[in-house]
Design a protein around this ligand. Structure first.
Ligand SMILES: [Zn+2]
Length: 406
């Protein structure tokens, strides 16, 4: 053991305010108390053992990134809260990004202003406060780097307050990282004593056994087995049925709030031609940015098709565990090959005008069981945001698919 840190003194340093009412519908099963109280023990954190560890590898696996692009940690004169980081940015209104992937637990006003708390698969929570605007809701899955709030000027400075918590008790981000965001090498062990207090100890890497808490409810829906080998048909054609998806049922529900991490396919793009269109035969949504811009996988998945596909030009099809497939075409270049595993946000192609296209753009399709449907069911394209509905796909005898939204 190198050093013992007390994390108990941080309890209730941030007084709660009950002036903010949240009318949003819940999608992950947080209790009312969890949605309202900043400092609350994390349910399930010590299930099965009286301790768990957090290593730099755990943080990296969950996507660790600095919450403000080009932000600088500073010590303000008015400082009233000693545990976290005050982060300044040259931007008038900077976006605040999720430091790691996770699920938003709390979004409400506290004494620190509008506050967001995210619970991460590694057992830690991150707190983002002092915002003009929050961009997420309780229950949302967020990817590492996804904007969760926007900061604004106050006290003559634009800053974000960022801190971390374990079991509802504050722990400085400096425990894990340098002020420039670089992770420290130490391993942390959190143990629960008989009185219900959590003690944190720092250890040299590799000197203690690892035990990471994993939360069942954080896992994305898995309707399709991505490990099953692809058939020649699946590797060569786009509109093919997904084995296993409608095997024992005629209706499949994809819960968009449980798809795990996601990315907009072409950040910064605008829709130049919608699904359907004037002649009702446009099977995708045309997204326009600049030539050679990076096209990103919408969800984690496996590349099912990558190659030239007649009028589509260069096309990539990604199969996702949630049962959906996403297709990206007219690409200048495909950067992945069949069988590759991709993560949400991975760059899989660049924007081009191969195939039948009159301008550089990405013809983006979403399909279920090989049948295209309107990507508006998935994305609010104006906000570049994933929707949070439950989509029920019913397969008719002729293979057509109907969609019901809940
Ligand atoms: Zn198109």
């Amino acid at each position: 053991m190198l050093k013992r840190i007390s994390i108990l003194c941080g309890v209730l340093l941030l007084a709660l305010s009950y002036s903010f009412t949240d009318h949003h519908e819940e999608r992950v099963d947080f209790s009312r108390a969890e949605r309202r109280m900043l400092h609350i023990p994390t349910a399930g954190l010590f299930d099965g053992a009286d301790h768990f560890t957090v290593t730099p590898a755990d943080l990296k696996r969950d996507g660790w990134c600095f919450p403000v692009v080009d932000g600088v940690v500073f010590t303000p004169e008015f400082r009233h809260e000693p545990v976290g980081w005050y982060i300044m940015s040259a931007e008038e209104r900077h976006e605040v990004r999720a430091a790691m992937e996770g699920v938003v637990r709390l979004v409400r006003k506290t004494d620190l202003g509008k506050t967001v708390v995210i619970l991460h698969p590694n057992g830690l929570e991150t707190v983002y406060a002092h915002h003009a605007k929050t961009l997420v809701r309780s229950g949302d899955y967020v990817a590492a780097g996804q904007p969760v709030a926007q900061a604004d000027a106050d006290h003559g400075a634009v800053y974000t307050y960022f801190t971390m918590m374990v079991n509802g008790v504050q722990l400085s981000p400096s425990t894990f990282a340098e002020a420039d965001g670089r992770l420290k090498p130490d391993w942390l062990r959190f143990s629960l004593d008989g009185e219900g207090y959590v003690h944190a100890t720092l250890h040299r890497p590799g000197t203690i056994s690892e035990r990471a808490p994993r939360f069942e409810w954080m896992k994305a829906q898995e309707l399709v087995d991505l490990d099953r080998p692809l058939t020649a048909m699946e590797r060569q054609h786009v509109g093919v049925a997904t084995p296993g998806l409608f095997e024992n049922t005629s209706a499949v529900t994809v819960d968009l709030s449980r798809v795990g991490t996601w990315s907009y396919p072409l950040p910064g793009a605008k829709v130049i031609s919608p699904y359907g269109g004037k002649r009702k035969n446009h099977t995708g949504t045309d997204l326009k940015t600049r030539p050679k811009d990076k096209i990103r996988a919408v969800f984690d998945g496996v590349v099912r098709f990558s190659g030239k596909y007649s009028a589509y030009g260069n096309m990539v099809v990604v199969r996702h565990a949630n049962g959906l497939e996403t297709c990206y075409s007219h690409n200048a270049r495909n950067l992945v090959k069949v069988g590759d595993r991709v993560k949400a946000g991975d760059v899989i192609a660049t924007v081009g005008r191969t195939g039948r296209a009159t301008t550089e753009h990405c013809h983006f399709e979403v399909r279920v069981n090989g049948v295209p449907f309107n990507s508006n069911y998935l994305f609010d394209h104006a906000r570049h945001a994933l929707r949070s509905d439950k989509l029920t796909f019913k397969r008719k005898a002729n293979g057509a698919i109907s969609i019901q939204v809940d």
